[in-house]
Design a protein around this ligand. Structure first.
Ligand SMILES: Nc1ncnc2c1ncn2[C@@H]1O[C@H](COP(=O)(O)OP(=O)(O)OP(=O)(O)O)[C@@H](O)[C@H]1O
Ligand SMILES: [Mg+2]
Length: 288
């Protein structure tokens, strides 16, 4: 962990063209223990940063039941995942372009049964969405906070997880609890850690170290450190204006750190890592 943190200052950005264009694309779930730590902002911003690098990106709003990624994108969906599940539209018809190279698959809000999708419904969803993957290089799946059934199934199917937390002790405790549950179901999922809303680098490093030490001690394993994002004052103003913060303040400390994080999060991911839809369909599901 200490070495990973030391190498933070030596991040070596990977330029456009480094990532092979693939016919299937790896899925990265963006998750947290505690709510409100910045998952949705980071999903959208990392997606935009990857699109700027020439990657084709699909954002999936996996916060089913409390979906709000479309609001951050400034879009008004006509269809969503619930429509796909109930056969009211095809997956392609639900896609919203939110910029060159980046689409959003919106989800529904205020729909209780989406937050605890039974395994059979998850299979159906995976089967209907699997046709979309050849269009993209990466899928980013924004999940709900915590260890709910749908969230856990999306995370356990993904090829990599970005675990978002803040330096707050409550967020750290919940991040550890999330890791503990996740690891009890799947031990081979690569986990990348991001400390969001830190006041300065030292605070982020200490927070990363704490979580890493607790994981090493009690789980016998620790996540990789992918970076930290500073707290940028006034970020919520852009949400009120329905503008992605990453676009509205492209030279701000948030957007600059996100660019580094995006490169780190997809580093070394390749076509062969892609197993999201087949795992979503074939692996035993977590059922409540
Ligand atoms: N780096 C940052 N600096 C300042 N504010 C931030 C930062 N990251 C996120 N925020 C703010 O934190 C709040 C929560 O962000 P967001 O909705 O992305 O969190 P979330 O983890 O997706 O929440 P939920 O668990 O409810 O889905 C928003 O008001 C957002 O503006
Ligand atoms: Mg969210």
């Amino acid at each position: 962990m200490a070495n990973q943190l030391d190498s933070l200052k030596d991040w070596n950005p990977v330029g456009p063209g480094k990532f092979a264009s693939t016919s299937t694309c790896p899925a990265i779930s963006i998750s947290s223990g505690k709510g409100g730590v910045g998952k949705s902002h980071l999903t959208l911003s990392v997606g935009l940063a990857l699109a700027d690098l020439g990657k084709r990106v699909l954002l999936i709003d996996g916060d089913m039941g409390l979906a709000n990624l479309h609001i951050l994108c400034g879009t008004y969906p006509e269809h969503d995942i619930e429509d796909i599940l109930s056969g009211r539209c095809l997956p392609e018809e639900a896609l919203l372009s939110i910029g060159p190279g980046i689409d959003l698959l919106p989800s529904a809000s205020g729909v209780t049964n989406l937050s605890a999708l039974p395994p059979a419904r998850i299979d159906e969803l995976a089967q209907s969405l699997s046709g979309l993957q050849s269009r993209y290089d990466f899928m980013l799946v924004d999940t709900g906070a915590g260890i709910g059934e749908t969230t856990m199934n999306l995370v356990l199917a993904s090829d990599r997880m970005l675990l978002v937390t803040t330096p707050e002790p409550t967020a750290q405790a919940d991040a550890y609890a999330f890791l503990k549950v996740m690891r009890s179901h799947r031990r081979d999922l690569p986990v990348h850690l991001c400390i969001n809303m830190a006041s300065h680098e030292e605070e982020a490093i200490q927070a990363g170290l704490r979580l890493s030490q607790v994981s090493a001690r009690f789980l016998g394993w620790e996540p990789s450190f992918s970076g930290w994002i500073p707290r940028q004052a006034g970020l919520e103003r852009f949400t009120l204006e329905r503008r992605p913060a990453f676009r509205a303040s492209p030279d701000g400390i948030f957007a600059r750190a996100v660019r580094q994080l995006a490169r780190e999060v997809v580093r070394d991911l390749s076509e062969s890592d892609s197993g999201f839809f087949s795992r979503l369909t074939n692996r035993p599901k977590v059922a409540g």
